[in-house]
Ligand binder design. Structure first.
Ligand SMILES: Cc1ncc(COP(=O)(O)O)c(C=O)c1O
Length: 394
């Protein structure tokens, strides 16, 4: 039998669907997040086609990298074929070796953990903060103090004897985590910091762009992100040597030469095609406008939930941040209510979705060490994402 309090809530859900339909007046099925394109996007893509440089060499790739570096304030940006490849390459650049350990969070998209496994390294998962949904600095510190020792400038897991090489916190749904504290802990323990900023282009923490706090930061330009290149990613860093290595390794480690093919080491074909970069250049010119629209939508959602007196809580940007509000999120009062709302949304052709399955619940990560993940588990039972596309002006 269904819980009557849940069925009573259907009336509240109706108000929410009305609000959403009003916010996206031109849509039939209301998608979770769809890209927005303009004449400028078509113009730049056409220019790339006309130039015949559609693959991994071309002026748009360099321009895209310059635009990203300038916007984020990073010293260097190196474009990649997608965010997952960029994460993998960043971990390779951190010298993550088979058998090493990499600390991350379970509340993330599978790609964060997959990149660690590509290195044949072992993920360790620590809990997240309830407000930011990103890695908890306290959880990181506690796990290290209880499980690691520092030896010769590196962190060693006392029970496995493995080197803890890197740490990959995630700025979930675009909300910055407490990355300054995480950076300090990583520095203290001799652990490399790679920010998974895939979702947080346009999000700033204490005045600095996400992705620029650690050794490297990674962004994704998949079709569902704030701006898209169709598929694409980028590594940002302030370290010139790392940037040069990233470019070299992502372009098959080919030694520059007018006609010789010499590859002194194993590289990757991870470069972003010029065609995709052309789209990215145009999209970046619209980024601030998109974020303004997304923040307006987020504030409208927040006001709706405050006024509607519903039993759900809107996830607001953490303090001292400007979030891009990539995906708006709410916390339902219970797992049962989450399912009821998702089912009702399905009937109404409004796309909502639960958060990803926690990494440690996926078969490939089930043997991984973790700290109990109390907040991650509780959040995952109650989180729902709401339609969050840039709202078209009427
Ligand atoms: C947190 C997170 N990490 C990594 C990725 C991987 O990016 P991509 O899809 O561009 O490979 C994504 C996005 O898709 C993501 O949301």
């Amino acid at each position: 039998m269904s819980d009557p309090s849940v069925s009573d809530r259907r009336q509240e859900y109706k108000l929410l669907f009305e609000f959403i339909r009003n916010a996206f007046p031109n849509e039939g099925v209301i998608p979770l997040h769809e890209p927005r394109f303009s004449a400028l996007d078509k113009q730049y893509v056409n220019e790339a086609i006309d130039s015949t440089f559609v693959s991994s060499v071309g002026a748009f790739v360099d321009r895209f990298e310059r635009q990203i570096a300038e916007y984020t304030g990073a010293g260097y940006a190196v474009a990649a074929v997608n965010g997952t490849a960029a994460l993998h390459l960043a971990l390779v650049l951190c010298d993550v070796q088979p058998g090493d350990e990499v600390i991350t969070q379970a509340l993330t998209f599978v790609a964060t953990g997959a990149a660690i496994l590509y290195c044949r390294a072992n993920p360790v998962m620590v809990d997240v903060d309830r407000d930011s949904l990103g890695m908890s600095a306290d959880a990181l510190r506690n796990w290290l103090e209880n499980n690691a020792r520092k030896e010769g400038g590196v962190a060693i897991n006392q029970s496995t004897g493995a080197v803890i090489k890197a740490c990959v916190p995630v700025h979930v749904f675009g909300h910055p985590c407490r990355v300054d504290q995480i950076r300090d802990i990583c520095q203290e323990w001799g652990i490399k910091l790679v920010e998974d900023a895939s979702e947080s282009l346009g999000s700033f923490y204490k005045g600095h762009h996400t992705g620029t706090f650690g050794d490297m930061g990674v962004f994704s330009f998949n079709g569902n992100k704030v701006v898209t290149t169709g598929g694409g990613g980028v590594i940002v860093t302030n370290n010139e040597r790392l940037a040069q290595r990233a470019k070299f390794l992502s372009t098959t480690a080919k030694q520059p030469h007018p006609y010789e093919f010499f590859h002194p080491e194993l590289g990757y074909n991870y470069r972003l095609p010029n065609l995709n970069a052309a789209l990215g250049c145009a999209q970046l010119e619209q980024l601030e406008e998109f974020i303004e629209a997304k923040r307006e939508l987020a504030h409208a959602y927040r006001d709706f939930f405050n006024l509607a007196g519903m039993s759900v809580t809107f996830v607001e940007e953490p303090l001292e941040c400007r979030s891009n509000y990539w995906l708006n999120a709410i916390l339902t009062s219970s797992e049962q209510e989450k399912t009821a709302l998702l089912e009702a949304a399905l009937e109404e052709s409004v796309q909502m979705r639960p958060v990803w399955r926690l990494l440690h619940e996926l078969p490939m990560f089930e043997d991984c060490a973790h700290d109990g993940l109390t907040a991650s588990i509780e959040l995952s039972r109650r989180l729902i994402n709401l339609p969050s596309s840039v709202v078209r002006r009427r």
